[in-house]
Design a protein around this ligand. Sequence first.
Ligand SMILES: CC(C)[C@H](C(=O)O)[C@@H](O)C(=O)O
Ligand code: SF4
Length: 471
Amino acid sequence: MSAKTLYDKLWDAHIVRQEDDGTALIYIDRQLLHEVTSPQAFEGLRLAGRKPWRIDTNLATCDHNVPTTELTGGAESIVDPVSRIQVVTLGMNAREFGITEFGMGDIRQGIVHVVGPEEGATLPGMTVVCGDSHTATHGALGALAHGIGTSEVEHVLATQCLIQKKMKNMLIKVDGKLQPGVTPKDVVLAIIGKIGTAGGNGHAMEFGGQVFRDMSVEGRMTVCNMAIEAGARVGLVGVDEKTVEYVQGRPYAPKGDDWDAAVIAWMDLKSDEDAVFDKVVEIDGSKIEPQVSWGTSPEMVLDVNGKVPNPSNEADPVKAGGIERALKYMGLEADMPIKDIPVDYVFIGSCTNSRIEDFRAAAAVLKGRKISDKVEQALVVPGSGLVKQQAEQEGLDKIFIEAGFEWRNPGCSMCLAMNADKLPTGKHCASTSNRNFEGRQGAGGRTHLVSPEMAAAAAVAGHFVDVRDYL
Ligand SMILES: CC(C)[C@H](C(=O)O)[C@@H](O)C(=O)O
Ligand code: SF4
């Protein structure tokens, strides 16, 4: 038997049928649903008179359109009509088709990519899909997980299968030991800075090496979450004891004898020693510095102690033009130190960085400190009601509030401007989210992607700083 990568193993285990041209039908174990990409899928089922093939493999939660401030009247009282219709419709569809939904007010409600692993709904070895590009997150558990389009959401609902072509195998190997203050977010930003947003195109991207072995499962989620920003639809980390420990006891995880059998099967979910990858990128983890994105693409990222690029130093005219445009949109001068960029807004949240470890890390920086007068608004938005509850039990909410942050309810919030939380035109935001495209957090808003620790330190200083000076 020839050596296999983790991706090969997951793929082979789910093939229902494969055509000679490589087109394959693969079986889907879990579909996660949210309000933005599911309405037409349910409508399609309804029009065709179909029912979901295996109802209990689906799990729904609302996240993109939910308000993050207290709302007593539930979904029906959401002010924005589009958001209201989306959230209300998800609830109606879930009820009609018998699918479990964590609606507003349910403690389990939250960002779909936080909720799936938290509930044990995402398990090692599964195929996981969702009408959302950041489904790559779930690969942190050794699951084959990727985003799909709305017509595919309908297809999976109806048939439990998906038509796919196999991707190539890519390995990102980061060895060494991270410096204190350097986080999983910095690792993934540094990877994207190196390979670019097209670096992983057409590949399933496995993260291997000492850095990921040492990393917590939540940290691995942060990394896999941004595989899509590196061009790969799939991010993966092999299963180890940490994965098993993370999953154990979660509501949807197997129990009793099933658990024991599952653990034995899961321990094989790693790439074989001699597995061959189509592409390998090696990075020295000990050299990674805290990162800040300066431009309008996640690959426009630099060490915090760096200087904003100068288009005149770029030989390639296309790249120089790109830098120039980004500088203009971001309101930055060429060659200015990253640390001189002002911070007007701070957003700690999103499916990249809204888990309990993220909040503990940010709170550790903020404890006993206050945010700068220059910061107009600072938000902390938990990834789920359960994260919120846990953080409150640990007293983290008080640390944030005392520092001057607003402590919100779970949702996608200011990660993207699909709800009431928006970044105003021209304002710079230190954001723990994953995308810094033009207008992403609000029309004309200027996003800088950072780790939770770096966001917290920037909030205190009123401009970007090296978090290592704040530890
Ligand atoms: C709205 C949704 C389809 C979208 C995605 O696919 O990722 C969103 O979650 C995002 O982060 O841009
Ligand atoms: S938090 Fe942001 S990136 Fe994640 S699913 Fe929501 S909108 Fe997409």
